[in-house]
Design a protein around this ligand. Sequence first.
Ligand SMILES: [Zn+2]
Length: 315
Amino acid sequence: MNQPDNLQTCDLCGSNQFSVISEKDRHGSSLTTGLCNGCGLVSHLPVPSEEEVSAYYAKDYRRDYHGESSPSTRRIMRAWNNGARILKQLAPHIPAQTDVFEVGAGIGCTVKNFEAAGYQASGIEPNTGFNAYTRDTLHADVTNTNLYDLESSSDKHVILLIHVIEHFSSPTRALSHIRGLLKEDGLLYIECPNIAAPFATFGRLFHFAHIYNFTPNTLIAMATKCGFEVVEKFTDEANPDIQILFRKTIVPENFQINTEEAERTKTAIYRYNALTYNLRPAYLQRRICKLLKYGNEYLKAGAFVKTLEARFHDK
Ligand SMILES: [Zn+2]
């Protein structure tokens, strides 16, 4: 199904030719998702404006996404462990005491992990929901600021973008702005879902908050176009998460898009879609394991967070 959409041009390659790949979100509500025929980038059709995205976050995000207005102990424990994993992955690339800045810092657990390891860690988080917890309990240096309100300082060594790039109205604009914040040779770590190896069945993939869905190749193409080169990939093609460390480099004068990527992405998505039925037993088994893990997390999280909060009390 092709949908020429003259009102929209692809954020990666500028094409206005899209194939519709889904018309429903994960709850069965109407949401059109398209794949760019020029480069394979998957996005909402149409892409919401910055204003629409801001309005969505201000009102609905926390409720729609998590059903919480302050973080649960389980959420804090998972965020903390995730931050510890990212610190371990990146530490070999970052000299001691370097500054590390997170865009979209959430609760602040990753920033706090880096701070506790001796880095000068700080961040920004546009959503106000968990700000009080971050500031008053975790004592993490996270301010309620929008990315585009930061001036191009060209002084930061490391920027983290963890499950954030898929939420921007224009990833090109976001990455270009981030490049302006980084010093020469500065590092950018990006983590986001992998549409070519989805974490869920096809019918449950799409969500208003995820405006873009990347494959490792479309993410690398996007970063290359905006003036970054790959330093290390931490996950393979089959992993549901993309985790790549980039370095600031020159913006290519004639950026060439790989047009085969559109077909490759389409094949990956449809192969997965067709496999979904056959994979049901494995999927159900994964669900059961996940539910058992959740139960276990509920039991542990209370004590875990109590210890964590005592550790940062008065700091
Ligand atoms: Zn495109």
